[in-house]
Design a protein around this ligand. Structure first.
Ligand SMILES: Nc1nc2c(ncn2[C@@H]2O[C@H](COP(=O)(O)OP(=O)(O)OP(=O)(O)O)[C@@H](O)[C@H]2O)c(=O)[nH]1
Ligand SMILES: [Mg+2]
Length: 287
């Protein structure tokens, strides 16, 4: 099947701007995972611009403009001189641990001293996976035995960061299904421990990793994490593996969440700051 951009260009190239046109446009937007609320609002916005945006390119530009208005970028800046912390959350397998390794490399390139906290104590393999990244990156990893309290691991990691003068703790957490209440509650406890340990002026962000291939389910996940512990920022992983990615628009618009980074592959350097313009250009370029 043709990609999002190809279908848009084909549709916008036709002269008609009738009900059939808007119905087809609605289908294309929904199939790109924009969700019903965002789709309705975009269609409404575009109907208003039919007078001024007639030809294919101006219609495409109008659509991009409306999409861009929904998207928000947030830089995860650190406060110098004290440990800052990014608590990385998400459902199973979305790319949390890999994203932590990428973030470690990213911040280190910018002069930060990074420390990893093996807060996914569920499986020994999860601790080992993070430890291996730590070795490769030459970044210290604070870990405890499998089954340990993740809050205690992160507590230790903050103390260790302070002792070493590290300015960033990247804390891993176990993947959890968003409908598992007990596990979601555990995040609240971890959050309290972090708040009690970090200096009030430090940057502390709860970062939700979303798998770009999961579509509208990402919105449901974000809502659940939002309710359980609060989410400050979203990282969109696996953006290289999907022709869609429209769920981001719903995340930003319906939940008011900003996007900080986009993961574009499995390698350490495959992490970019989220750029709404570039993101939309890529979305619309999909053949
Ligand atoms: N193509 C692609 N693959 C990615 C990206 N980020 C992560 N992955 C892959 O996704 C898989 C899962 O990554 P992990 O980092 O282990 O995911 P996780 O969320 O920590 O998983 P759990 O700890 O089991 O919940 C691995 O094979 C990663 O290489 C990305 O941006 N692009
Ligand atoms: Mg993991």
């Amino acid at each position: 099947m043709k990609g999002f951009g190809a279908r848009l260009r084909e549709l916008f190239g036709r002269p008609a701007r009738d009900e059939q046109f808007f119905a087809e446009l609605g289908d294309i937007l929904l199939e790109a995972d924009l969700g019903p609320a965002a789709t309705d609002r975009l269609l409404e916005g575009l109907r208003k611009q039919v007078g001024s945006a007639q030809d294919r390119d101006s219609f495409l530009a109008a659509l991009k403009g409306l999409l861009a208005a929904s998207l928000r970028f947030e830089a995860l800046d650190l406060v110098p001189g004290s440990p800052n912390l990014l608590l990385v959350l998400g459902v199973n397998g979305v790319g949390k641990t890999t994203t932590i390794a990428k973030l470690a490399a990213w911040y280190r390139r910018r002069g930060s001293q990074v420390l990893l906290a093996a807060g996914d104590t569920f499986r020994a393999a999860a601790i080992d996976q993070l430890a291996l990244w730590g070795e490769r990156l030459e970044v210290p990893v604070v870990r405890q035995a499998p089954g340990a309290d993740p809050g205690a691991v992160i507590f230790d990691a903050i103390a260790s960061a302070r002792a070493r003068g590290a300015d960033l703790v990247l804390a891993d957490t176990a993947g959890r299904l968003h409908n598992k209440t007990q596990l979601m509650k555990e995040l609240g406890k971890i959050d309290k421990i972090i708040r009690a340990r970090l200096e009030p002026r430090a940057a502390y962000r709860k970062v939700l990793v979303i798998d770009a291939t999961t579509g509208q389910n990402a919105v449901r996940q974000a809502e659940a994490f939002q309710q359980a512990v609060g989410v400050d920022s979203v990282i969109l992983a696996k953006y290289d593996s999907t022709g869609k990615g429209g769920a981001v628009v719903s995340l930003c618009r319906d939940l008011g969440l900003p996007i900080s980074f986009v993961g574009t592959g499995e390698k350490l350097e495959d992490l970019e700051l989220f750029d709404a313009g570039r993101f939309l250009d890529a979305l619309v370029a999909r053949e």
